[in-house]
Unconditional design. Sequence first.
Length: 226
Amino acid sequence: MRKAIFWDFDGTLTRSYPMWTQTVLEAAAPFAGEYGITFDKLRPFLAKGFPWHPDGNPSVTGDDWWKDRVLKFTAAYKSFGVPENLAEKAASSVRERILDPKKYQVYPDASAALALCAYKGYKNYLLSDNFPELEGLLERLYLRQFFTACVVSGVVGLNKPNVKLFRKAELAASFPSMIWMVGDNPNADIAGAKSAGWHSVLVHREENNCGADLCCTTLTEVVRHL
């Protein structure tokens, strides 16, 4: 029997924290004090408008994905009174900053969990709502070697929990007979997997209030149950 596990990235393989807000704030460092831009004031602007948000455009891919982000970040800066040319320059620098592997904290048991799942006969795949360069970032985080393939929203133009993305993922895995989704998001990962008829694991959570097949506090625990 061919078995596959699809893994989310942010919050599942790497620790989740407001990466986008922090990075957009760092890009504004030269003028943040002058215009009163703080983390708390900026964060609401980053809680909407991304392709995976209800008001975002899920179809953008490649460079258009980043053009969409630059427009969003520029508008956020301008709302504080930052001149457009200065706002756009800072917004354009976010791309390079967010791709810096030093920003990401990989869970210490991630590599071992991926390797052990492969040893148990599963093929690992990545399934993530993220920027189009995520596969390259995986290389720099020394994780790409564990994955047969990567399905990333910024490449395919679909976002979780849209069942069409899960169907594309099945195609990428050549339609295995058993599929698990491991993720930390009850809606995107668990509800999306359930709508596709997959098994699901909610990870890094104490309580399972979303109907996942399994709830595990660590990636190591995921391996024990599979």
